[in-house]
Each structure stands twice: as C-alpha cells, then as structure tokens.
Design a binder for this molecule. Structure first.
Ligand code: FES
Length: 335
C-alpha cells in the first residue's frame, strides 16, 4: 500500500451503517484519534477487495464538532473498483484502518458569491461547504442532480437547511442542470465548487474555460471512480518485462500490476498526482482517461495514462455486450 509521508493511519470503529437512498449507505465511524473536520475533507480507508488490501478515499459528509464521529456516504455500484462493495458490507463494531481527515478540496472563505454543484454521491463533498457558507451568511446556491428522487441522498435535510438556495434535478424526470445558464449567471468573482460524475464535471469545466471567468475560481473534487465508459475486463502487456495480465472490471491497472509483482510508483491513487503514469505503446478500443492530472491535449494524444484510475474500453455502451472470451488489449511500458 502506498502512502504519502504526511499520512498517519489510525483505527476506527463502525458505529452505524444505514441505507439512506438507492444504493447509498451512510456509514459513521469513531476514530481512535479524533480531529476537527473542515469542509471538503476526506478519509482514506483501507478496504479489502477479494482478500487484497487497497485504499479508497471518501468525502466526510458531516462530523461532530470534535471529530469523534465522522460520517461517510458510499454509493454502491456493481462496476465499482470493489471498495464500495466492501464498505456496504461493514457491520456495526467492525474495525477499520483510516487516514485523515485529509484536505484536497478547501473552501476559500470570503468570495462575494458561490455556486456549489453536486452530481449524485458528489453531494458528500459539497454538503459541509454549503453548511459553512450558510453559517457565514455567504451568498451561495446549490445545484444538485441525481438519477431519480430515490437516488438523491440528504434531499430533505438540504431542503430544510438551505431552502430556496437549493436547486434539484432528476434524470428520471428530465429536469437537467442548465450549465450554460449557470456559467452565464456567474460574475467575475464567483467561485464554483463541484463534485460528481466525470461527464458533468467535464461539461462544466469546458463551459467555464470557454467563458471569460477566472480558471482559478473553478474548484473540483474527484475520486477517479467515474469514467466515460463502463468498466470492463481488459488485458495489459508490458513487453519489456515480459508481463501480461488481465485487469478485472473491479480493479485498476495499478492494483493488477502490483498483484503480479510489477514495481509501481503511486501516491494519491485517485488520478490527481500523476505518479503512477505509464507509457501507452498500443491500445485497442478507447482509452478511458479518468484522471484530472493530464491536460485535454495530453488525453487526446493518449501517449500516457494514469494507471490508478484510467482504463481501456471496447467503446461499447455496456460491457455485457462485449463478446464472451474477448477482452481489449493495452500494451504499455512502466517507468
Ligand atoms: S497515484 Fe496519483 S494519479 Fe495515480
């Protein structure tokens, strides 16, 4: 398991786990060394995926004043990298290894107005920011989109706390977020904070950068777990090392290569630091870049990818429609 120098691991006990929306559980932990939590902070959690330890990052959705109880909300998808299946299986009393609270998504206080955008489980990173902005008397709006009313966590609590500042959208009802409208309504000093699926964040990022708005006023959080294609199994070959292995639907290239003994560099393991980058020699299908490290230009060139989150895909909408026994091939070299 890779850790950065500043990360300190500690024990935590699961003290509650409740389903709060379709495929979303709220899991409350009691860390052995409590620390105060600031908006935008997350925990790293050691998860067990088919007997192999891995780390996953989850935003802290809320916490007690002294940090003695921290709540996460975890979305379970059958095509996840395996961490959410483990998290959903946790019972009360289970002991975990955690690191944090860690801050990669700080809220800058003092802007004249704020736009907060959450897609699905992305609300976990946004909710604490919204609460703080309300307490500070700041000028803010929240745009929150989900698949359906059943899939929207914390809807009632947010409505009670934020009233007309909360705008909600459901795919199932065709009420879609008006990205051009949001961008057109932003002033030069507006700060926009977002967390959600890569398609939503990419659309906002493109619209923001196409406008005259200050690029540094756009902030986002990503955990590298959503992509342009559904994850499917594929093969990776490293000719220089004579290594060839299959990457399962629920694992990353990084995890699979570590499993077969390839020495890999890594730190964030969520597509932000670029430490795990590998050279692409040949790729069948399409490279599904899920990182925020490479630029659009670098992603289009696709000569490198972040092995902790990015994948290849046959390019079909559903992995189930890939012919049996057939997986796309990716040939790489590692540093
Ligand atoms: S380990 Fe940081 S981008 Fe992969």
């Amino acid at each position: 398991m890779a850790t950065s120098n500043s990360i300190v691991w500690q024990d935590a006990e699961v003290i509650a786990s409740t389903e709060i929306a379709d495929r979303i559980r709220r899991i409350t932990l009691r860390p052995s060394t409590p620390q105060r939590v600031r908006p935008g902070e997350h925990l790293k959690v050691v998860v067990d995926i088919d007997g192999v330890e891995a780390t996953r990052s989850y935003s802290i959705v809320d916490a007690t004043e002294d940090g003695s109880e921290l709540s996460l909300s975890v979305f379970h998808t059958p095509h996840s990298r395996g961490g959410s299946t483990y998290m959903h299986s946790l019972g009360v009393g289970t002991r975990l290894r955690i690191a944090g609270p860690l801050q990669d998504f700080p809220l800058r206080v003092g802007a004249p107005d704020y736009v907060l955008v959450a897609g699905g489980i992305g609300i976990t990173a946004i909710r604490g920011m919204a609460s703080l902005l309300r307490r500070l008397g700041a000028n803010y709006v929240i745009h929150y989109a989900a698949r359906s009313p059943e899939a929207m966590a914390y809807r009632e609590e947010l409505a009670a706390e934020h009233g007309e500042r909360l705008h909600i959208y459901f795919d199932s009802e065709g009420t879609l977020l008006d990205i051009p409208g949001i961008i057109a309504g932003a002033t030069p000093d507006t700060e926009l904070y977002m967390c959600g699926p890569i398609r939503l964040m990419d659309a906002i990022r493109r619209a923001w950068h196409a406008s005259d708005l200050d690029p540094t006023n756009l902030r986002f959080e990503t955990f590298g777990n959503s992509g342009w294609f559904q994850p499917e199994q594929f093969s990776v070959t490293i000719p220089r090392l004579g290594v060839s292995t299959e990457i399962g639907q629920n694992e990353s290239i990084l995890e699979a290569l570590e499993k077969v003994g390839v020495e890999m560099m890594s730190d964030c393991r969520r597509g932000e630091c670029g430490l795990c980058q590998v050279k692409v020699l040949e790729a069948e299908g399409q490279i599904d870049h899920r990182d925020v490290f490479f630029s659009d230009k670098q992603k289009t060139a696709s000569t490198k990818l972040c092995a902790c989150v990015s994948r290849v895909a046959s390019g079909v909408a559903s992995p189930e429609s890939v012919p049996p026994g057939r997986s796309v091939q990716l040939t790489i070299d590692v540093p």
